[in-house]
Design a protein around this ligand. Structure first.
Ligand code: PLP
Length: 352
């Protein structure tokens, strides 16, 4: 039986994508060859890469002033690539400290220059998104994390700053309608709404590059990847192809607009039960609640065994909270059907 998969990532993808990806491993496009045994420079794979890059721009409604890259190293390598490419040798950057991943990005940037914290919710264990700060032109860029996967907080609005806007969208990319042109650089590990682990998406405005005065190591240099059309070295072919399949599926099912409607309905169903049922308590403050990751806990720990037994018996998987927070986390990524959320809500209702 297929499980109801609430895993935070790697996570559920559309079943049709799993099917097509597995077929490509055995015989890619009727070539008599596996996707995994053809050259990344073959016309068949170059077409995959080109289409994957083009579809991202279509979904985000971005023009030719942006480039789309598929890289490796996960979002974690972006923590270092961003300052290498955007922080001047004597420069400084402003970061919003909203959780473990934001703190990871801050740590890497500090190795290359001065980092000022525009706002932080660390002293309340990242249960809300700081607001009301300003970021001036003296900063080379501002970095934020749109969705905090561990705590289940999400930025509903982005500040207007006088500098470049950089956003880690790893855990809510393609999940809601945004004006993506307000950002100068967006990055995301593929392994949530886009595909399997192994590929990292970078969307960058071309004219922001080449201004730091740094000698950037080749792999870390966005411009080199742009010049080589994401083929500087052997790309993660399986992750890129499966990402393409997921993006095609999204486009065929109403794009980001329709995904947002589905995601709002799923999140409402679960948050309504958390608010109604005195046995459960959400982690995030209400106004910053994430549509993607719902972190919550029991108000009565004596019910833990009964609850854990019940959700496992209902075929639910991946509900345990992040090891740093405990409790539970239901990740409601694009591919999770609302029926799975209903199964979870029914289990929550059954506990008393
Ligand atoms: C918001 C966010 N940023 C960064 C990361 C790290 O991503 P990766 O494992 O691709 O390096 C994660 C992983 O879950 C994440 O959720």
């Amino acid at each position: 039986m297929k499980k109801h998969n609430f895993s935070a990532g790697p996570c559920i993808l559309p079943q049709e994508v799993f099917q097509k990806a597995s077929e490509a491993i055995l015989d890619f496009n009727g070539m008599g060859l596996s996707l995994l045994e053809i050259s990344h420079r073959s016309k068949e794979f170059v077409a995959v890469m080109d289409e994957a890059r083009a579809i991202v721009k279509r979904l985000m409604k971005l023009g030719d002033d942006y480039e789309v890259l598929f890289l490796q190293g996960g979002a974690s390598l972006q923590f270092a690539m961003v300052p290498f490419n955007l922080m001047k040798t004597d420069g400084k950057a402003a970061y919003l400290d909203t959780g473990t991943w934001a703190a990871g990005a801050i740590k890497e940037a500090k190795k290359l220059g001065t980092v000022d914290i525009a706002g932080s919710s660390k002293d309340q264990n990242y249960s809300f998104i700081p607001k009301g700060y300003t970021v001036g032109a003296e900063y080379n860029y501002f970095h934020c994390t749109s969705n905090n996967t561990i705590y289940g907080t999400q930025m509903k609005e982005f500040p207007k700053t006088d500098t470049l806007m950089v956003c880690d969208m790893s855990s809510d990319i393609f999940s809601r309608v945004l004006d993506f042109s307000q950002f100068d650089l967006i990055y995301a590990g593929a392994q949530k709404n886009m595909g399997p682990a192994g590929a990292t998406l970078v969307v960058v405005k071309k004219d922001i590059l080449g201004k730091t005065g740094r000698d950037i190591p080749s792999y870390l240099n966005y411009q080199l990847h742009i010049d080589k059309e994401s083929m500087y070295n052997t790309p993660p072919v399986f992750a890129v192809y499966t990402s393409l399949l997921t993006l095609q599926y999204l486009e065929q099912h109403g794009g980001i607009e329709a995904a947002e409607v589905r995601n709002e309905a799923k999140a409402k169903l679960l948050y309504d039960e958390i608010d109604r049922n005195p046995l459960f308590e959400g982690y995030s403050v209400k106004e910053d609640r994430s549509l993607m990751n719902v972190s919550f806990k029991l108000t009565d720990e004596s019910k833990k065994e009964a609850f854990d037994t019940a959700w496992k018996a209902a075929g639910i998987s991946g509900l345990n909270g992040h090891r740093s927070l405990g409790g539970y986390r239901a990740s409601l990524y694009n591919a999770l059907p609302i029926e799975s959320v209903q199964v979870l809500v029914d289990v929550m209702k059954s506990i008393s």
